[in-house]
Design a protein around this ligand. Structure first.
Ligand code: 3PG
Length: 212
């Protein structure tokens, strides 16, 4: 789909997936969609990741399709060519920030410190991934950043689970959370799409209970 707004407004939970097989990618995207999650982030961590992105773009066009683990301008070009609707990076140096802001799609560069947040703001970016959320300080760290820099909306990922997602979503500066807990490798390997749909439904229900 072509995103008309921010990826952070599509769903309060963003599944981060590691996939290598395009057929599985399509079935997984459909399972998430069936569970009420209209967004997916496919990470560039396998040889088949870009083929998975292209397959989802073609066969599940209704889902907002992100590409994650974007590290270089080559990754940006490859992701856009494969059909990415938005781009996510785990961190960002000045040259990656420059490349990201010239793309025609929304971007979520990763940050873990206030100085990195300020660099992103310098590039006009106010929606950021906070990674790795748990090790970098968790909800209390994000709450503290919200004091001096309230204009940034974050998507924490890295250590987010069904058990703690509500704590993040209740923060005023968290718009959505992301993570791999929705698509465990064991379920993907077993092709248990129904179980993944059930995890999606449960996550959406938990998120709906969070009061920002
Ligand atoms: C990411 O790229 O966002 C993270 O690897 C997801 O981290 P998690 O596996 O702890 O959810």
């Amino acid at each position: 789909m072509t995103l008309t707004g921010s990826p952070l407004d599509v769903s309060p939970v963003i599944p981060v997936v590691v996939l290598n097989d395009p057929t599985r990618a399509v079935l997984l995207a459909r399972a998430l969609w069936a569970g009420g999650i209209g967004i997916i982030e496919v990470t560039l961590r396998t040889p088949g990741a870009l083929a998975c992105v292209a397959a989802i773009a073609r066969h599940v066009p209704e889902i907002a399709l992100g590409v994650g683990s974007v590290l270089t301008s080559q990754h940006i070009e490859q992701s856009l060519a494969a059909g990415a609707d938005f781009l996510v990076s785990p961190g960002a140096n000045p040259s990656l920030l420059e490349s990201l802001i010239t793309t025609p799609v929304p971007v979520l560069p990763g940050v873990a410190t206030v100085s990195e947040v300020l660099s992103a703001l310098d590039h006009g970016l106010t929606e950021l991934k906070f990674f790795p959320a748990g090790p970098a300080g968790g909800p209390s760290y994000l709450a503290a950043i919200g004091g001096p820099v309230p204009q940034v909306r974050f998507c924490p990922t890295g250590g987010v689970t069904a058990a703690n997602l509500r704590e993040y979503l209740e923060l005023a500066n968290v718009a959505a959370v992301g993570g791999t807990w929705l698509t465990p490798a064991s379920l993907v390997d077993a092709e248990d799409w129904l179980a993944i749909t059930e995890l999606a439904v449960a996550a959406v229900e938990t998120a709906a209970c969070a009061q920002p």
